[in-house]
Design a protein around this ligand. Structure first.
Ligand code: PH2
Ligand code: MG
Ligand code: MG
Length: 160
């Protein structure tokens, strides 16, 4: 069993509902033994700034699946939420699930870069990740709470 962390994001449609439903869908996967979810956050768009704010969260799971099998299930959950892959990087999306961490593994395969290469720059990942795993070590980057202290989390708002 492996402890894995998944980032969730949405800025199209009923984003709070979509993210909450995706957390439920993750917990219902047959290989997922337990799930802890962060709070939901509203966050300013990063990368392409001319788009609506996002709702972001992070789920921590214990899974019996390989990273590749987990990723395939994540892509299926994205599709079920109406995600259309139009090729636009960082543009608006109904649901984005990113495999942030898969145990202490470092993977570099087609479609599967773990740890997620931009964790250390992203308050919208580090803030929810620090809710559930502040002391976890991101291979090659450092401890989550230390990384969070170095990013600008202005404009990120915890949702009730
Ligand atoms: N996802 C992106 C690009 N920019 N900005 C925020 N705030 N939250 C996201 O989830 C996000 C983003 C591409 O996946
Ligand atoms: Mg993403
Ligand atoms: Mg993605």
């Amino acid at each position: 069993v492996t402890l894995a962390h998944i980032g969730l994001g949405s800025n199209l449609g009923d984003s709070r509902r979509i993210v909450a439903d995706a957390i439920d869908a993750l917990s219902a996967l047959p290989h997922v033994r337990s799930l802890h979810a962060s709070a939901l956050y509203e966050t300013p768009p990063w990368g392409v700034v001319d788009q609506p704010p996002f709702v972001n969260a992070v789920a921590q799971i214990e899974t019996a699946a390989t990273a590749r099998a987990l990723l395939d299930d994540m892509l299926a959950i994205e599709r079920a939420a109406g995600r259309v892959r139009d090729g636009s990087r960082w543009g608006p999306r109904a649901l984005d699930l990113d495999l942030l961490l898969y145990g202490g593994a470092i993977l570099s395969e087609p479609g599967l870069d773990v740890p997620h290469p931009r964790i250390a720059q992203r308050a919208f990942v580090l803030l929810p990740l620090a809710d559930i795993a502040p002391d976890i070590h991101v291979p090659g980057a450092g401890r989550v709470r230390d990384l969070l202290a170095r990013v600008d989390a202005d404009g990120c708002r915890r949702l009730a």
